[in-house]
Write a protein that binds this ligand. Structure first.
Ligand code: PEP
Length: 267
């Protein structure tokens, strides 16, 4: 599949960095990451850091994602922040991250409601799906991906599905849960499966248009191999996104791959 759109690089800062630490990281990212027309760089700071980071970033080079939000638009839900409150602040929201599924017991229905709330509020969902090590060893990967994917998008139209982002994040490959390095060939197979599920539900065109990215201990050494996977539109590094040097190298690697592909096309 030819790359006809921007490569998406999403840095998930998780629950790290207070406001001044976040500001320092952003100024370093400005120094080390050039704007590239072929790359979309998205930063996902904590909820607290979103507002100050939004005032600091060069919006031509960086976009923002929230790491979570509550599915109701407003009301008596003490301690929560709604998608509605985030709509002018962020382009994206990460939904269904394995840390939220596992530590905060978010179930399939709750994740479906969050995906609907994001779309309702004009925020693009980055839906994370992936199997645990136990599920993988039991041969249940495809069933898990099927269930997580089909439930999450069950309220969306074809048009809405085509505009979302799906992040394949096998739980066993995420640094938090062991960080086993996934083989690109295995990731290729599951990305193909995800697109085939979308094709079955929403047709071939949508399965080509939907962006599918990979996350799981991606760093400056491994990024290239994942970015070269056919049909992989980007990567979602967690730990490596807290290191400006590594994160900048990931962006560079993505840009270089695109330049090489353009060079091949011209010949
Ligand atoms: C993540 O935060 O989704 C992630 C994949 O983290 P890490 O890169 O640290 O494994």
């Amino acid at each position: 599949m030819k790359k006809t759109r921007k490569t998406l690089i999403v840095g998930n800062w998780k629950m790290n960095l207070n406001v001044s630490q976040a500001s320092l990281l952003v100024s370093r990212l400005h120094k080390h990451i050039e704007g590239h027309r072929d790359i979309e760089v998205v930063l996902a700071p904590s909820m607290l850091d979103l507002q100050p980071v939004s005032l600091q970033i060069d919006r031509r080079r960086f976009r923002l994602a929230a790491q979570n939000a509550y599915h109701k638009d407003e009301g008596a839900y003490t301690g929560e922040v709604s998608f509605n409150m985030l709509r002018d602040l962020v382009h994206y929201v990460i939904i269904g991250h394995s840390e939220r599924r596992i530590y905060f017991h978010e179930d399939l229905g709750e994740i479906r409601d969050k995906v609907s709330a994001a779309v309702r509020n004009d925020i693009t969902p980055i839906l994370c799906i992936g199997e645990t090590q136990v599920e993988r060893r039991a041969g249940e990967t495809k069933q898990v991906l099927h269930d997580q994917l089909t439930t999450a998008i069950s309220n969306l139209t074809t048009e809405e599905v085509s505009q979302m982002v799906i992040a394949y994040e096998p739980v066993w490959a995420i640094s938090t849960f062991g960080g086993e390095i996934a083989k690109p060939v295995d990731i290729q197979r599951e990305i193909d499966f995800i697109r085939s599920q979308i094709e079955g539900l929403h047709g071939k065109q949508t399965s080509k248009e939907v962006r599918v990215i990979y996350g799981g201990s991606v760093d400056d050494h491994s990024a290239r191999a994942y970015l070269e996977i056919d049909g992989c539109d980007g990567v979602l590094p967690g730990s490596a996104s807290l290191n400006y040097h590594k994160f900048a190298l990931i962006v560079k690697a993505a840009h270089r791959i695109n330049e090489e592909e353009d060079g091949k096309k011209e010949k």
